[in-house]
Design a binder for this molecule. Structure first.
Ligand code: NAD
Ligand code: ZN
Length: 338
């Protein structure tokens, strides 16, 4: 069991790793509590939080819409939740993104916390305060940055997670490992089999180290003016591929990071050996590393990506494993490189 505190100038977020998820009940105090979860999680774990009011959404990315946000506000009003309320999102990245956005905007902001139930949410989506929904065909363009009061990451909950979702979480963990020295990358590489078999102590270390890296980056640059951009490694293309094809976020991240590694190799930043290691690691977890796409076709999605600064695209390359660099390309340059 371990705690990590994420401190920003205006908040403290307490992240609990390796605790039974039902420990979230110790955080409630006298608040009126509403839980937001999706129907899959509710059917598996709902009996363990049946004493609370529950708002259930449909699983999946489609729920990240303003329409669903509107429905949730209505439920909160029906439940007489006011500014003293507490909303707890129990779920994966979709539930966390929705819960964070709802709690930040309802009554101009009420307390909230997460129980992260997917590996992707435990190593990434539940940490760092970004929330939001999709709009038209654009991913995550409506949202805020606001830290949850608490996060619980219980590795045992991953036992019920479908393999495909587990793989997707590994894509974000590998991405994170590429942004800070090579210790976590080597750990993942050396413990592949144990991670695949969900060995508890290995999983706990994987989650702890990933969270620790993300927390230190977010503490240095919460609102993504600079350093936090490195966490977008692979995401410019991932978001574009995702919105075009409906592919899972983690799979698209795997492809996006491999593309960034390829370009880093082409531009002489990354050694051939390192590029191969990165690709092999994603493949080792059954993640896709290639996707044939037409740059022109993805361009509108890339230029509407929130990382766009006019026609200049911030693109994260690798100067080596664990050595990200933020590059700025005009989209014509990027097109040429492709
Ligand atoms: P998800 O929330 O859709 O969950 C994936 C599926 O697994 C769902 O069907 C869900 O019902 C099911 N599930 C969740 N936990 C389970 C469990 N313990 N047992 C059985 N089934 C379970 O997907 P995700 O991959 O967790 O999150 C993806 C989302 O996260 C994307 O929308 C992405 O944009 C967002 N994201 C946000 C951030 C951020 O910083 N805010 C970072 C990364 C990703
Ligand atoms: Zn991501």
């Amino acid at each position: 069991m371990a705690y990590i505190t994420l401190k920003t100038p205006t908040s403290e977020s307490h992240i609990n790793i390796g605790f039974e998820f039902t420990e979230f009940k110790t955080q409630i105090g006298k608040s009126q509590v509403v839980i937001i979860t999706d129907s899959n999680i509710n059917s598996i774990y709902g009996s363990q939080f049946s004493e609370f009011k529950v708002i259930e959404i449909k699983p999946g990315e489609k729920s990240k819409s303003l329409e669903i946000i509107g429905d949730i506000y209505k439920h909160l009003l029906d439940c007489h939740i006011d500014r003293n309320g507490l909303i707890i999102g129990i779920g994966g990245g979709v539930v966390c993104d929705i819960t964070g956005f709802v709690a930040t905007t309802y009554f101009r902001g009420i307390r909230f916390g997460f129980v992260a139930t997917t590996l992707l949410a435990q190593v990434d989506a539940a940490i760092g305060g970004k929330n939001g929904v999709n709009f038209q065909s654009f991913k995550n363009i409506i949202g805020t940055i606001n830290q949850p009061d608490f996060v619980y990451c219980d590795p045992k909950m991953l036992d019920s997670l479908p393999d495909e979702q587990y793989r997707c979480g590994m894509a974000e963990a590998i991405k994170t490992s590429l942004t800070r020295n090579n210790k976590l990358f080597d750990f993942i590489d050396e413990n592949k089999e144990l991670i695949i078999s969900k060995e508890y102590s290995v999983l706990q270390k994987l989650i702890y180290d990933s969270v620790k890296i993300k927390v230190s980056i977010v503490e240095a640059d919460e609102i993504e003016k600079g350093a936090r951009k490195i966490l977008n490694l692979g995401h410019t293309f991932a978001h574009a591929i995702e919105s075009k094809t409906g592919m899972q976020h983690g799979e698209a991240v795997s492809i996006g990071v491999c593309k960034a590694a390829d370009i880093s190799l082409k531009l002489g930043f990354l050694a051939d050996e390192e590029n191969k290691r990165i690709r092999e690691l994603f493949k080792g977890f059954g993640l896709p590393t290639e996707f044939k796409f037409d740059f022109e076709e993805l361009l509108p999605a890339i230029l509407h990506d929130k990382k766009k600064d006019e026609q200049i695209i911030n693109y994260i390359l690798l100067n080596g494993i664990g050595k990200p660099v933020i590059m700025k390309f005009h989209y014509n340059e990027l097109k040429k490189i492709f």
